[in-house]
Design a protein. Sequence first.
Length: 311
Amino acid sequence: MTRRNPVNRAQRRLARPARERFATRAVAFDADGATCRGTLYLPGGDVDDPPVVVMAPGLGAERTFGYPAVAERFADAGYAALLFDHPEFGDSDGDSQAVDLGRQRAAYEAAIDRANRLNDAGDDLVLWGASLSAAHVITLAAERRDVDAVVGVVPMLDGRAIATRRGGGYLVRASAAGLRDLIGHRIGRGRTVPIVGDAAERAAITEPGTKRKYIDLVDRESAWRNETPARSLLGLVGYRPVTRLDDIGAPTLLLAGTDDVIVDAESVVDAGERLSRGTVVTMPADHFSVLGDDFEGAIGHQLSFLRDALE
């Protein structure tokens, strides 16, 4: 996690905090029998009991795909940040790259438990997610009462709506491929689909222009593959955290990009009206540029929100 200049194409021009302004250490924790691994970022200097931000990557991604830049900025601003890989991805146990929604939420819960045992962080808890991981933190924030703030960046709030915008044919094809894999992988005849590609490939992300932007965030030394078991699609198309917004009591930021072709910014604005303590920000950005070309604007909004939410 010390390779920073650059680790991916999309972030080559980012200004990163000086290394002495934050500290890092490796962390590991058990999540339902699997070991999840990550990095804890801590503010430099004399910061007592900093709030802790628990964060994980988006759909099909590893934590090295642009997320260290976010964690570094949190640490530089006085927060602790625990950034981890989901099971089956990155440094965590398993390499199937299966996107199991329940398992990923359980990993977040295990990460929260680990954060609660940190000796160098305070009691304030922030849940952070981008894209699919934003869906996870919104769902968890609706179920827990120990969350002090929530940040959802380009949040995937309604998998059904996203699949519907791709056309009825996508939903049918994705469901069929997922069911075949669900049955076939038990007898060694599993099928994979691209994580990002086009509709004809039955990819998890199919919108035009997204493949290049996603790939540009991949760490140059990663062993990541652009594939996931097709059964991953079954959970995604029915995932609807938008139905849980009324249950969230913590201050919540939803940050949407007006150029996002995956998550419609207007739908995020509409969703934000259902939050009792919601802040919605729209900015000129797409689903991936919030970690690249539009990083500064996006992180600025997040830090401003956290200052207000945790004061």
